[in-house]
Structure formats: structure tokens, C-alpha cells
Design a protein around this ligand. Structure first.
Ligand code: BGC
Length: 795
């Protein structure tokens, strides 16, 4: 055991302060004299990138966080966390920067995919499972972003106004749950809340998080969120990241010397940092880990468990492989799946399995034919095939031809000594005709095809921040005639200014000869008409759904809606697979036989998809967020800061709470999701501490059911939602089997925030439900007056 107090006593003020600020993009300094190694942090939350983004050190990519939440299974989240803890240990990372528990307040939120749910209890429970899993491996977490970072527009500057009750009941609730469960870290948000930037928000970071909740871990700033030396120090922040534009260091030492910041406060921060160092083994001996988690298997399982079967007319799914001879697979994303969302949550997986590949592999005796149909991507996809990447003296291989990193360089290279990057590959076309190649990124490029100069120029629009360039690079295209079977040598050189190599997002794009847009749709319709089943994969693109900006529309980009309607008219067995991290509009929903929502499904997505479509496994997901029929129906939609402020005027009526209040019917409600078997809800028994629900599997297959328990005040009270999720349980049962689950009803279920947690006495209706709009059994529970007296309440 390390005596932390003793260690603090041996440090100078300068040394103590040095432990509170990044020494580079991802780590804190070591102090060898006290046996302290450098503490390394890394994103998070779908994989562990490591200090380098480079694909020469790949990372398992799990499905997007919303997908993990869609399984409604904290135990599965814990398994995912254990795997990522193991990944972190493998990569020398001490702290995983996640989970993200901001709420899905509006479906336009750019990082909606990275958040778990629109419900604070579901978000909190999944986060607790994840945090337990990661921390069980001796690796830290930072639940993020505290608080109100539920959208991206002006995220660095905006002030979010949230009334105290809403803050406590909705937005802080998942953080509180993670802290109560023993989370070791919190990341504070870019935005301000109620007039104070979060990195220096004393009310929330110090008074609520540390003093009231008793949090003993560290508060890490979001990257470049800490902008004031004294404000952040007094406001409860413990670590300012990264080194770039860091307001601490010498300025904080000076502020202590001048008496503006008490040294005891610095000691408290250092104590927290050293406690974390000891927990993760940067100080003392790292915990042994013996478990070996199989990344491919877990990524596959989480994907299948997350897919939500939203519609399944006439039991179209599962398909019977033996009865199939010809299957049409349609859509740009069927070939190039978006397996993960954009921004800091990106990792470089060792491989990805697209829907087309997954289905073609699983249906080996069947004719699986592909047509693009409609391509919504404004940029060309990266060229497939092994590509040699050379940067400075370091070389490695990628497939497809794209590289992206921020911070450390591949091979640990020094950015000051790097002046270029080269991508080299051979493209052997299947088709003769005009092939389009594209350079995308930022900087100066030279593209040679068969040793002929094809493009030379700079892609560097003015007035754009480096982070935005990484998220939204520019593109230049060239078209060359190639002959089928004749290899073309492609060399893309990028010239990099000294010191600028720490931010790179370069793609060598390619598109083979293609008909025009009308022709592509017609080709897909023809293929669908000639096939027994048409699987159409539609979704969003990096340009419309990513960290760094919010969406402007929920419509599917490009001509994908038209494609689905026309394919459905040509083939009644049209199955639509939606590859989007957050809700999209589906105006064709009643025209198609089946709809499967697959989120950003991670590296094994295509294999999991094949299993689910062919009935090897059930789609296990239930919606963690409401899917609207029309944008205008959403209780909260637009994100328009006015004078730098976004007000959460809807109060606690967010997500399904808002839908229930407006009385509008969404396309698919919170909690909705079909399986491949049928269930009866047989019995519900409640007392003041739990609901007991008995269900039977009445179908012919083993299946899973997510039992959802909602609570309604029996006498409606307009200041409270008409019902809210009180708990849930996940079960599996064989055909004919009856299972009883117990869902705890903690006292918080019946409380609201009124200058403190207050239990509201009276009659409540407890519902056992399949979804918030599909209530199966109910019972009444009376909460007596006496329990209303001043209980502190635990989440
Ligand atoms: C994101 C954080 C992330 C950090 C480090 C920020 O821009 O908001 O979620 O952990 O970058 O990559």
C-alpha cells in the first residue's frame, strides 16, 4: 500500500502542480524519485485507441455506445468494459476516457451515437456496468462530459441553462449513479452550465460532485476546456488536459504563491491524482489481470444483442437459408459499412466486416449479388486493398487506404522531424472505364497514377480550426481510364510543414466506373426484382453524423429514401438495415417487410448481421431512444444557441417523457424491439422495494426479453411525467419456459428534487411493459406519507 500523504509531503509545489496538467496530448508526467510512472489516458468509449491513432497498432472496435445501451444489459456492458480494460492494459493506457452519459435530448445531437440513451436510469445503469468492467482490470474511467454537453453547436462557448430540478433528476442522474458505484474519474464538459464554464464550475464540480456525493476520484478537463488558471483551480478541476494551451503549470504555481489558490487545494488535487495512480498501478504495483477476453467474439455478441428489429411483417425474418437461391444486397453502406461514429471515439480496428461480406460468407451456396443503388457519401470511400504507409522512417500497412491521427505519431516519431507522408498501393480494376480517384485531407498533395502526375495542389481552406479539418477534411477528385485486370500503381504524397504532423486525416478515395444516379437506382431495382429477398442497407455519412457539429436534418442523406421505396415496390421481401448511430426518418416504413436498426455496429457488424438475418441468433435490442415519425413531432429538436445560451426549457420532459406529454405517437417508441419468439406476461407482484414479473416464452425458439418496469402517478400530476422507467431486467427462456425476474424499486423511483430529494406519497401504478407504449400488466402501490420525510435517497 502506498502512503499517499507521505508521498505528497515529499513533493515540491512545482512537482505537485506538474501532476495536474498534461505533459503532452495524453499523459501526465512521471516523477521517478517517488516511483511514479507517467499516467496515460486514451479515448474511449468504443475501443481504446492508445496514445497513437495510427492503424499500425489496431484496437478492437465495439458497437457504438447507443448500441450497447440497446441491449439493456448492464452485465453485457460490464463484459464490454472488461474487454476494453484488457485493451487498455495491452496498450499501456491507464485511463479510458469514457463512458459518455450525456443525454439524447434531441436526435439532432452530433454525438447522439456516443451517448447511451434519452433516459437517465438506463444511461446510468449501462454506464455503471461499463465502468465496473473497465475498473475490474485495474484501469480507470472518466464518465463524461459533466454536464449538459448534449449537443455540439458552439460546444466550447455555449452556456446551458438547466433548472436545478431538471439537472438533478435528468442530466446529473447518470453521473450520480456512476459515482455512487465507485467510478474513479469524471471528465468535465466544454460548455458552461448556468453561467459558469464547466471546467471551473464550482457549484457542480466541487459542491455537488465532491462535497455532496463524496466523489474521491479525479475531475479531468475535456481537451482544451480549461481556460482559466484560478477559476479552474477553485472550481473543482483536478487535471487540465492536454499540454497545449494549458492554463496551469507555472501560472498555477504563481497563483499559489500569491495566495489566490490555497496550497491545501493543490494537495487535495494531488491526493486525488495519486489515488488514481495507485488504483491503476502507475504508482505501486499494477493489479494482475488474468482474464482473457476475445475482442472479435465480444464485438460480435454486443452487435447482435444491440440490433433492434423494429418491424417484421409476416415473420419475414429470420430468413431460411435453405430456401434461398438469390439474394440482392443493396446500398453503398452494404459494401462500406460505417462501423463507428466520427470524432474522438474513433479507433482503427484490425478488420471490419461489411454487411455484404457477412452475408456472402454466411450464404455460401447462395447467389449473393450487389448493387450500390444510391450513394449518399459526398466523399469517395477509401480504396480497398493493402496500402503501404510511410511516414519519416516508419512504415506500416493499412486497408483501406486511409490514415488519421491526432497527437502522437505512428512509431513514436517526432513531428518536428517529419515532413511528409506517403500512401502507396496497387489497384487492379475489375472493370475497364473511367475510374475516379480522390485525395482528401488537409495539406499539400501529389497523386501519381502509373507514374503520371494526376493531381498536385493544396487542400487547406482558410478560417477552419484543426479539429474541424480532422472531422471535415476537403476532397479533390481526378478521373483516369483503367483497364480491367491491368494493375495501376498509385502513389499519394503529402507534404507536411515541420511540426504539423500531429494532426493527419488523409484518404485515398476510389470509385470504379458507374452509371449515373438514376442508372444506379434502376440497376438496384432490377436486381431486387430478380431476387427472392432484397437487403437494403441505408444510413448516415461522416459528413452528417459526427462529433464536432450537430445534424441539420433527420432525413437520410442522398436518394436513399427513393431507393428503398423503389426496391420495396419491386420486391415485397425487402429488408431494410439502418446503419446510423441515431434516429433517421423512414418515410417508407410501412412499404417494407422488415426494418432492422443496427447503429454503428463495430468491427464484426456484418457477421452479426448475417447471424441475425439468418436466425442463428435473435436481434436482442430495444430502443434506448424514441424514433420519430416526423421531425416536427420531437419534443426537443432544434439546437440554436441564442446569445450564447441554450435553455432546456422543456425541463424534465425530455425523450419519451416529452412524447407522452405531447400525446404524439412516434414511429417506434422508447423500449420497442421485436424478437423471434413470442411472450406472455403472466404476473406482476409489487411491494415498496421491488416488482416481480413472470413471463413465459410461448414461441418455438429460445429467446430474450427485456422486462421494463414503468411507474405512473395514479392521479396525473402535470408537473411530473405521466410515466418513467423505474427499472428493467434482461432474461432468456427456452420455448415453453416460465421465468420470474425481480426489478428493484429504489426510493429514488418515487422522489423528485425540491431543494433536496423528496418522496412524493400517494398511489402509483406500476407497469410491467415491453415498451413505454406497450404496457402489459399493472398493479397499484401506495407510498405512505411517512416515507416522504426528508430521505436523502440513493439513486
Ligand atoms: C472530446 C472528448 C475526448 C477528448 C480527447 C474532446 O474533443 O470532447 O470526449 O475524450 O477530446 O480526445
Amino acid at each position: 500500500m502506498v502512503d499517499i500523504q507521505d508521498v505528497i509531503g515529499r513533493l515540491s509545489l512545482e512537482e505537485k502542480v506538474s501532476l495536474l496538467a498534461g505533459q503532452d496530448f495524453w499523459s501526465l508526467p512521471a516523477i521517478e524519485r517517488i516511483g511514479l510512472r507517467s499516467l496515460v489516458m486514451s479515448d474511449g468509449p468504443i475501443g481504446v485507441r492508445g496514445t497513437g491513432w495510427a492503424p499500425d497498432d489496431p484496437s478492437v472496435a465495439l458497437p457504438s455506445p447507443t448500441a450497447l445501451a440497446a441491449a439493456w444489459d448492464p452485465a453485457l456492458a460490464e463484459t464490454a468494459g472488461r474487454l476494453l480494460g484488457q485493451e487498455a492494459r495491452r496498450k499501456g493506457v491507464h485511463v479510458v476516457l469514457g463512458p459518455t452519459v450525456n443525454l439524447q435530448r434531441t436526435p439532432l445531437g452530433g454525438r447522439h451515437f456516443e451517448c447511451y440513451s434519452e433516459d437517465p436510469l438506463l444511461s446510468g445503469e449501462i454506464a455503471v456496468g461499463f465502468v465496473r468492467g473497465v475498473q475490474a482490470q485495474g484501469v480507470g474511467t472518466t464518465v463524461k462530459h459533466l454536464v449538459g454537453n448534449d449537443f455540439e453547436t458552439d460546444r466550447m462557448e455555449v452556456d446551458v441553462r438547466i433548472d436545478e430540478r431538471t439537472l438533478r433528476e435528468i442530466y446529473l442522474a447518470p453521473f450520480e449513479r456512476v459515482v455512487a458505484a465507485g467510478g474513479w474519474g469524471v471528465m468535465s464538459a466544454y460548455n458552461g452550465v448556468n453561467g459558469s464554464p464547466m471546467a471551473s464550475n464550482r457549484r457542480i464540480q466541487q459542491e455537488i460532485l465532491k462535497d455532496e456525493w463524496g466523489f474521491d476520484g479525479v475531475v479531468v478537463s475535456d481537451w482544451r476546456a480549461a481556460r482559466s488558471t484560478v477559476g479552474a483551480a477553485l472550481g473543482g478541476l483536478d487535471i487540465a488536459m492536454p499540454q497545449l494551451e494549458n492554463p496551469w503549470g507555472a501560472a498555477l504555481v504563481a497563483a499559489v504563491r500569491s495566495g489566490e489558490v490555497p496550497e491545501e487545494l493543490i494537495d487535495d488535487k494531488v491526493r486525488r491524482v495519486l489515488r488514481l495512480d495507485a488504483r491503476v498501478g502507475a504508482l505501486g504495483t499494477p493489479a494482475e489481470i488474468s482474464d482473457v477476453y476475445d475482442g472479435d467474439r465480444i464485438a460480435h455478441e454486443v452487435a447482435a444483442r444491440s440490433f433492434v428489429l423494429a418491424r417484421n411483417e409476416n415473420f419475414t425474418l429470420p430468413l431460411e437459408p435453405a430456401a434461398l437461391t438469390r439474394v440482392a444486397v443493396i446500398g453503398a453502406l452494404a459494401m462500406d459499412a460505417r462501423v463507428l461514429g466520427g470524432g474522438s471515439a474513433q479507433v482503427s480496428p484490425p478488420h471490419t466486416i461489411s454487411p455484404l461480406e457477412g452475408l456472402a460468407r454466411a450464404l455460401s451456396g447462395v447467389d449473393v449479388e450487389y448493387a450500390v443503388g444510391a450513394d449518399p457519401r459526398p466523399f469517395l470511400p477509401a480504396l480497398h486493398g493493402p496500402t503501404r504507409v510511410t511516414i519519416g522512417s516508419h512504415s506500416f500497412s493499412v486497408d483501406p487506404a486511409a490514415v488519421r491521427w491526432i497527437g502522437s505519431l505512428p512509431g513514436g516519431l517526432d513531428p518536428a522531424r517529419v515532413d511528409g507522408l506517403r500512401l502507396e498501393t496497387t489497384c487492379t480494376p475489375d472493370e475497364t472505364g473511367p475510374h475516379t480517384f480522390a485525395v482528401s485531407g488537409f495539406g499539400t498533395f501529389q497523386l501519381k497514377i502509373n507514374n503520371m502526375l494526376a493531381y498536385e495542389g493544396s487542400l487547406h481552406p482558410p478560417n477552419t480550426g484543426r479539429a474541424e479539418l480532422l472531422l471535415l477534411p476537403r476532397e479533390q477528385r481526378v478521373t483516369v481510364e483503367l483497364t480491367a485486370g491491368v494493375p495501376a500503381e498509385i502513389v499519394l504524397d503529402q507534404f507536411i510543414a515541420p511540426g504539423a504532423a500531429h494532426s493527419v486525416a488523409t484518404t485515398l478515395g476510389h470509385r470504379p466506373p458507374r452509371p449515373d444516379e438514376d442508372g444506379m437506382i434502376e440497376e438496384a431495382v432490377r436486381l431486387a426484382a430478380e431476387s427472392e429477398v432484397a437487403v437494403v442497407v441505408v444510413g448516415t455519412t461522416e459528413q452528417v453524423e459526427s462529433e464536432g457539429f450537430d445534424r441539420t436534418s433527420l432525413a437520410l442523406p442522398g436518394r436513399q429514401d427513393e431507393l428503398v421505396s423503389r426496391v420495396a415496390a419491386a420486391n415485397p421481401r425487402t429488408i431494410v438495415v439502418v446503419n446510423a448511430g441515431s434516429p433517421v426518418l423512414m418515410p417508407w416504413s410501412s412499404e417494407v417487410a422488415a426494418i432492422l436498426l443496427t447503429w454503428f455496429p463495430g468491427q464484426e457488424g456484418g457477421a452479426a448481421l448475417a447471424d441475425v438475418l439468418l436466425g442463428v441468433t435473435e436481434p436482442g435490442g430495444r430502443l434506448p431512444t424514441t424514433w420519430p415519425r416526423a421531425e416536427a413531432d420531437c419534443p426537443v429538436l432544434a439546437i440554436e444557441p441564442r446569445d450564447g445560451v441554450v435553455s432546456y426549457d422543456e425541463g424534465v420532459f425530455v425523450g419519451y417523457r416529452g412524447w407522452l406529454r405531447s400525446g404524439k405517437a412516434p414511429l417506434y417508441a422508447f423500449g420497442h424491439g421485436l424478437g423471434y419468439t413470442t411472450w406472455t406476461y403472466d404476473e406482476l407482484a409489487v411491494d415498496a422495494t421491488e416488482a416481480m414479473v413472470t413471463v413465459s416464452n410461448t414461441g418455438a425458439r429460445t429467446g430474450r426479453e427485456v422486462i421494463q418496469v414503468y411507474v405512473s402517478p395514479t392521479t396525473p400530476d402535470p408537473s411530473r411525467p405521466s410515466r418513467w422507467l423505474a427499472g428493467f431486467a434482461n432474461l432468456e427462456a427456452h420455448p415453453g419456459e416460465t421465468v420470474t425476474v425481480r426489478v428493484p424499486l429504489p426510493e429514488r423511483t418515487f422522489q423528485l428534487w425540491n431543494n433536496g430529494w423528496q418522496t412524493i406519497p400517494g398511489d402509483y401504478t406500476i407497469h410491467a411493459a415491453h415498451a413505454v407504449d406497450d404496457l402489459r400488466l399493472s398493479a397499484t402501490l401506495t407510498i405512505p406519507e411517512e416515507s416522504a420525510a426528508g430521505l436523502p435517497g440513493r439513486p
